[in-house]
Design a binder for this molecule. Structure first.
Ligand code: ATP
Ligand code: MG
Length: 486
């Protein structure tokens, strides 16, 4: 609201349209009226499966201003998937593309309204908003009231709804804005989807808080990013953004002369990418770690060493413990990553048992990720507990093997996973994507074996064109396990 007095630019869209902070706040107010008129009451869920548009962000603001709970859904979700989310969340309102409206209306209960917001910006939501008053009295909410219900990416199973309070979101946005020194002099290239914690909360909430500018791209596109870097200061991305940029010869030190920060997260950044990016641009990518349930947990330092293969220190206000059966382990030992702080969610929607299993009475959340803490408090992620392979009684961490495989010339990436084995419990397999297709499975085995104890050697290397990924680009090891279990 402090920015409402000036006409500072908030967003620049792909077609060059600019939207000021004043315009944005006006649009938010108008849409908040639409929500209220559609019967949305404080605490009600507003489900949004809409394209990445300026009005979609205004709708997020409007839901919050009207005291509702914003619930964005991946635009790739199909009708069957939507039916699950809509039934689970029981929203008062669904906003979707006009082309899906009839099908969505059919799966909604009689208490749910449907409004539309289509790719070209048209639809009943925008039409109704155009006629509404330009101010809206903000519905008061407390720090523990819900602001959003965000479903996890569904990498390891069915997506779960994480209940996020105002305090959860605000504390994290403040911590990140401070740490990364985001100000109204920044211009962020926003190329992430806005239905996920990274693009919606990490990128939007920090920008809104700092009064920064956004170059709001409808989708990731190398050419556009190359065009925008000379006049921008920050990029937030997933690791594939960086590998794709590295694949373009126009990425040079000169091109990024005005950029001050490159952030990566949502999936592990290969050390190789980190090094290659520094060689080409002089910038060390800042890797951070977080999840839907906790917002961001750790970050590499803004000032100070950014180390490849680590996710840095806990954010101010966030505690991280590495535990074995709930008891902290020594520095250097692998254990479960547990997190406590204002950033940690209020529990899973409609899943009291799962919440009780993962959220301790002490306030610590059991993340499901395994990690190590160094003596000086840096965290490195080892992988998900669900991906841990236990073979012949030994714990095998896939990442250790993947690191060795990925280091081989001609290998582009790999995924190591366990499949059931009658004697050993599980055995180790590796799916490998090649850069140089003349590399053979035998050659890979010969390179890997000297580096690793015998029980860690993959029993088979499956050469494949690509790894199975979910719509967030995360590798789905459960798919590999199912495909290759015999
Ligand atoms: P689901 O919980 O439904 O199986 P998901 O865990 O992939 O899906 P998200 O909340 O989107 O859903 O992702 C959080 C997870 O992403 C973390 O638990 C962690 O495993 C991984 N992750 C995030 N950032 C990093 C990072 N920098 N390095 C490695 N892994 C990361
Ligand atoms: Mg998860």
């Amino acid at each position: 609201a402090q920015h409402a007095q000036n006409a500072a630019v908030f967003m620049t869209l792909d077609d060059g349209t600019q939207l000021s902070y004043v315009d944005f706040i006006t649009r938010v107010a108008r849409i908040a009226h639409v929500l209220q008129d559609a019967g949305v009451k404080p605490g009600d869920r507003v489900v949004v499966q809409a394209p990445k548009l300026m009005d979609t962000i205004a709708l997020y603001g409007a839901a919050v201003q009207a005291g509702a709970v914003y619930l964005p859904l991946n635009t790739a979700y199909t009708q069957t998937e939507l039916a699950y989310f809509i039934e689970d969340a029981a929203p008062a309102l669904v906003v979707c593309d006009a082309s899906n409206a009839d099908e969505i209306a059919a799966i909604c209960s009689d208490d749910t309204n449907v409004l539309t917001l289509s790719k070209d910006g048209s639809g009943s939501l925008s039409t109704q908003a155009n006629d509404k008053p330009t101010t809206f009295e903000t519905v008061p909410r407390g720090p523990d009231d819900l602001a959003a219900l965000l479903y996890t990416s569904g990498t390891t199973g069915r997506s779960k709804g994480a209940m996020l309070s105002h305090k959860n979101l605000l504390s994290n946005a403040r911590a990140l804005t401070d740490l990364w020194q985001i100000t109204d002099a920044d211009r962020l290239i926003h190329a992430l989807p806005i239905f996920h914690t990274h693009g919606l909360f990490v990128a939007m909430n920090t920008s809104l808080l700092a009064g920064a500018q956004l170059r709001f791209m409808a989708a990731f596109d190398v050419d556009t990013i190359v065009d925008e870097m000379p006049t921008s200061t920050m990029l937030m991305g997933v690791p594939t953004f960086y590998t794709r940029l590295l694949g373009d010869a126009r990425l040079t030190k000169d091109l990024v002369a005005n950029m001050r920060l490159f952030v990566s997260g949502s999936a592990p950044l290969l050390a190789e990418t980190h090094t290659a990016f520094e060689d080409r641009t002089g910038h060390r990518i800042l890797e951070r770690y977080g999840m839907t349930e906790t917002n961001m947990i750790t970050s590499n330092p803004f000032d100070g060493e950014r180390l490849a293969g680590t996710v840095g220190y806990p954010l101010p206000g966030t505690e991280v413990e590495i535990t074995d059966n709930g008891a902290p382990v020594a520095a250097g030992e692998i254990g479960m990553i547990e997190v406590r702080g204002d950033n940690v969610f209020q529990g899973y929607w409609n899943m009291p048992e799962k919440t009780a299993e993962e959220l301790r009475d002490t306030g610590f959340f059991i993340t499901g990720d395994l990690g190590v803490k160094t003596e000086d408090g840096r965290i490195a992620i080892v992988g998900r507990e669900k991906d841990l392979i236990i073979s012949g009684g030994y714990n095998i961490y896939p990442k250790e093997i993947e690191d060795v495989i990925n280091d081989i010339d001609g290998v582009s990436e790999s995924a190591v996973f366990g499949v059931p084995h009658p004697d050993f419990g599980e055995s180790v397999l590796a799916a490998v994507v090649l850069e140089d297709t003349t590399v053979t499975a035998d050659a890979i085995a010969a390179r890997v074996e000297p580096h690793l104890a015998r029980f860690k050697h993959p029993r088979r290397y499956i050469i494949t064109d690509e790894l199975p990924r979910n719509t967030m680009g995360k590798v789905q090891k459960n798919v590999l396990r199912t495909e290759h279990s015999t």
